[in-house]
Unconditional design. Structure first.
Length: 80
C-alpha cells in the first residue's frame, strides 16, 4: 500500500529518526494511535496531523507489513 508520511524537517517523528531509502519494522502488530508507523493515503490528509509549514516534510512511503485503520484516513503498519 502506498501512502504519505509527515515528519519534522529533520525526518523525525515522535522522537524516532528516519532516513530516506531505509526500511523500518517492528515485531508487534500495528495498533492505530498506540504503536506502528503512521501514515495517510493522501498528502492533504497528513496536514490534519502536521502543520503546513517549512518545518514539515512529507515523504511517499510503502507499507510493507500489516496495516491497521479505523477511519480510512489515518493508517499504521509494522513495516514501512
Amino acid at each position: 500500500m502506498i501512502g504519505y508520511k509527515a515528519f519534522n524537517k529533520d525526518l523525525t517523528c515522535r522522537g524516532f529518526q528516519y532516513e530516506i531509502g531505509q526500511t523500518y519494522s517492528m515485531d508487534e502488530s500495528p495498533v492505530l494511535c498506540e504503536r506502528g508507523f503512521h501514515f495517510c493515503k493522501s498528502i492533504a490528509e497528513t496536514y490534519e496531523y502536521y502543520e503546513m509549514s517549512e518545518n514539515t516534510r512529507i515523504c511517499k512511503i510503502e507499507a510493507l507489513g500489516e496495516v491497521a485503520t479505523d477511519d480510512n484516513i489515518k493508517y499504521c503498519t509494522n513495516k514501512i
